[in-house]
Design a protein around this ligand. Structure first.
Ligand SMILES: Cc1cc2nc3c(=O)[nH]c(=O)nc-3n(C[C@H](O)[C@H](O)[C@H](O)COP(=O)(O)O)c2cc1C
Length: 254
């Protein structure tokens, strides 16, 4: 598809960058990115996201260990995007609300959504500045340890890590499935067989050389999907228990 403008061109050219040159992200660029983060829409305007900017190499190293991704430690900039209803709660208390609902499922979901939106806003802006980015969902590998490491108070929960820097690699665009399989009119629709519908995409995926896997040709998408769902990190499975320990009430009873 021909991009209509430079924003769309950047978005259509998105690819994750996992290796960066040694050149730091300039403070001007970083300030622009934080201005964009600040301008992001937020649920009820409550701005329930915080960013931990990790500049201490020892903390980066430990984050990389938790994530089991060595390249995380090499990131010139490493951010952790945090769902934060702690601030909301403290403000409400200071304003005299006796038992504020900052730990509610409602506030939690708002903060999670807001955090994802802020992260993606930073990504688009960073790419427009010629920077590369890498999300790290692997901060959830051991979320309790991340919480301790970063000193996150009650009613906060790390959502995703994000590295930024000047790209030192030029990965291929990673193929995506057709949107006809993902856009459904007036309700959920699914084919008799996803594997059959995805056969063509599976073949295209084989032409993708994944730098993350040492530049080997990719498995088919359906095989990757099966492999990823065959096993689960037990700590990740239990991450909502950590969220509950942080003070969030999922109201599953009563
Ligand atoms: C929420 C989220 C978490 C991710 N976590 C990781 C991660 O822990 N490590 C990593 O190397 N890439 C991570 N990625 C990047 C994805 O692997 C990547 O976006 C996907 O394979 C598509 O490739 P592309 O971004 O190059 O188009 C994550 C992406 C998202 C959106």
């Amino acid at each position: 598809m021909q991009p209509e403008n430079s924003t769309i061109e950047i978005q259509l050219n998105h690819r994750t960058i996992r290796e960066f040159t040694g050149e730091p992200v300039s403070e001007e660029d970083f300030a622009q990115l934080m201005a964009v983060a600040r301008a992001t829409a937020s649920s009820r305007g409550l701005q329930q996201t915080s960013i931990i900017r990790i500049t201490d190499q020892a903390i980066k190293d430990e984050m990389a260990e938790i994530a089991t991704q060595a390249y995380m430690a090499r990131a010139p900039e490493l951010l952790v995007i945090v769902a934060d209803t702690h601030r909301t709660q403290e403000i409400a208390k200071e304003q005299g609300v006796a038992e504020p609902f900052g730990g509610s499922m409602n506030c939690f979901m708002e903060a999670v959504t807001d955090s994802a939106l802020m992260a993606q806003n930073i990504v688009v802006a960073a790419e427009s500045l010629g920077l590369g980015t890498n999300y790290f969902g692997n901060v959830l590998n051991d979320v309790a340890r991340v919480i301790r490491l970063l000193g996150l108070p009650d009613l906060t929960f790390p959502i995703v890590g994000l590295s930024l820097g000047h790209p030192a690699q030029e990965p291929q665009l990673k193929p995506r499935m057709e949107m006809s399989l993902r856009v459904m009119e007036n309700g959920y629709r699914e084919p008799d067989s996803w594997s059959a519908e995805l056969a063509e995409y599976d073949e295209v995926m084989r032409t993708y050389y994944d730098l993350r896997e040492g530049g080997k040709p990719s498995d088919t998408f359906t095989k990757q999907t099966a492999d990823k769902l065959r096993v689960e990190n037990p700590l990740r499975t239990r991450m909502m228990r950590v969220a509950a320990a942080q003070g969030f009430d999922f109201a599953l009873q009563g």
